[in-house]
Design a protein around this ligand. Structure first.
Ligand code: AMP
Length: 485
């Protein structure tokens, strides 16, 4: 089977095959093999697939072909295809895919999301646009201001629909749907199928084709998952040790809180690693820059919170670290899904404080797999370190304006917690509430400020080195291990 034939057999035209070959893809992924012919036929589609499966090309390629061969014509501010995504990063990446695969076609596209100035988007809308990639909030802003006319949409894509609902976009989605013509092709992509998603799909799709690819994160053998037992206060030392000794050149590190992400990036920077943090409080410009630098290899470490990292597509990301385990087990699956993509091998390492054992157990139950707890070779914890304060369960939120910059709506806007009504938010980046911003009201931590782990019986082999009370002395080394100071 040669390169072109495998994609060509799906019915894709020559300019697309050329772009695919230039992107270096040899064979279609399972979602592409199933979805492309269905979309080319013009029917609605319900697809169970998450990022990392090649789903973006799965819908972008046939859409480009349909638009290029159809009778419609792009007009200023009146897109023919609308792709809705939950986050700015995902929107930017989808737009990148449209550009990559559509480079030999005369198809125009643009991307719009909040957190950046609206005027450049208004200007772009004055030109003909075939494909509009957008996050729901900013799209509605433009629709309210009559900058965009959605009555010419021939194809609608809801990408990562479950994330959009998780983030409270259902009302916005319904408003957008009301602006679309009745006659159109609808494609809905979702990693999970809650009742809410089913309801949305029932109302939206007409006799859809259904494609499903294995939930790669729960079945993949491409991601090697391990854990190190380590008290919170020693995590950063262990992380530096791992980066150095294992020569990680590109590592995505997850923290539970925005504050924790900032602090860790700063500490790593002081130790000489190129590191930056991305999270919801960073300006869009800073996030885009950090991601671009990381992708280009200018930054060795990108520290991110879950929401900021959602949908990040970094080719062949080799290494993911859970600096703290997420308290929502599903987030672990999303996190490790950043690596081991499209056939490449990846590694996910979790740093687990004794307090996080319950999270580890919940994750293992979810993925139906034991995560091997291994000793970090050559690592000796430093002594006489001040205790690291435990990560607060809640994090103070700055006023919305300060967080979001321009624009009326909040892109990383939460709607409601996934579970508990009372208590702290399930996700520190995803505060509780009805999704509307609450001007500047700060939430305070309910956790004690600092916690020093107490040695317990029966902890793993690494424990003695980590918990042992050693005579004071900075930067002690043992067994050849490096101790960052
Ligand atoms: P996605 O699931 O759309 O986020 O894609 C995940 C990654 O797979 C992206 O980096 C794509 O560039 C890559 N990719 C998509 N299709 C293929 C393919 N057929 N062969 C190899 N890599 C692919």
């Amino acid at each position: 089977m040669n390169i072109e034939h495998s994609f060509a057999s799906l019915g894709l035209a020559e300019p697309l095959l050329r772009a695919i070959a230039e992107a270096g893809y040899r064979t279609p992924t399972p979602i592409q093999a199933q979805a492309i012919p269905l979309v080319l036929e013009g029917g609605d589609l319900l697809a169970a697939a998450q990022t990392g499966t090649g789903k973006t090309a799965g819908f972008t390629l046939p859409i480009l072909q349909r638009l290029a061969t159809g009778n419609g014509k792009a007009k200023p501010g009146r897109p023919r295809c609308l792709i809705l995504t939950p986050t700015r990063e995902l929107a930017a990446q989808v737009k990148e895919s449209v550009d990559t695969y559509g480079r030999f076609l005369k198809i125009t596209s643009m991307v719009m999301f909040g957190g950046v100035g609206i005027q450049p988007q208004v200007n772009a809308l004055r030109k003909p646009v075939d494909i509009l990639v957008a996050t729901p909030g900013r799209l509605l802003d433009h629709a309210d201001q009559r900058n965009v006319d959605l009555s010419g949409v021939e194809i609608l894509v809801l990408d990562e629909a479950d994330r959009m609902l998780d983030m409270g976009f259902i009302r916005d989605i319904r408003k957008v749907l009301a602006l679309l013509p009745r006659q159109r092709q609808n494609l809905l992509f979702s990693a999970t199928f809650s009742n809410e998603i089913r309801q949305l799909a029932d109302g939206l799709l007409h006799q859809p084709g259904y494609v499903e690819v294995a939930r790669r994160n729960t079945t993949t053998e491409l991601v090697e998952q391990t854990a190190h037992r380590v008290p919170q206060k020693h995590k950063r030392h262990l992380l530096s040790h791992l980066i150095r000794t294992r020569m990680w050149y590109q590592v995505l590190v997850f923290t539970r809180t925005k504050h924790g992400a900032n602090r860790l990036a700063e500490q790593l920077g002081k130790e000489g690693f190129g590191a930056a943090a991305i999270h919801g409080n960073k300006s869009q410009g800073a996030r885009t820059r950090a991601l671009a630098d990381f992708k280009r290899g200018k930054l060795q470490v990108l520290v991110a919170t879950d929401i900021a990292a959602r949908g990040l597509d970094i080719d062949q990301l080799p290494q993911v670290v859970n600096f703290e385990l997420p308290n929502v087990p599903e987030d672990y699956v999303h996190r490790i899904g950043r690596t081991g993509r499209a056939g490449a091998r990846g590694c996910a390492v979790s740093l687990v404080d004794p307090e996080e054992t319950k999270h580890l157990t919940a994750i293992e139950r979810l993925i139906r797999q034991k995560i091997a707890c291994v000793e970090a070779e050559g690592f000796v914890a430093p002594v006489a370190e001040p205790a690291e304060p435990a990560e607060p369960a809640r994090e103070a939120r700055p006023p919305r304006q300060a967080r979001e910059g321009q624009g009326r709506r909040v892109q990383e806007r939460p709607h409601k917690p996934r579970r508990a009504k009372a208590g702290p938010p399930l996700h520190p980046d995803r505060p509780r509430g009805d999704g509307r911003a609450r001007g500047g009201k700060e939430q305070r931590s309910t956790e004690p400020a600092a916690k020093v782990p107490t040695p317990r019986r029966g902890q793993d082999r690494q424990r003695p080195a980590l918990f042992a009370a050693k005579p004071s002395g900075q930067g002690q080394r043992k067994g050849g291990g490096s101790v960052p100071e």
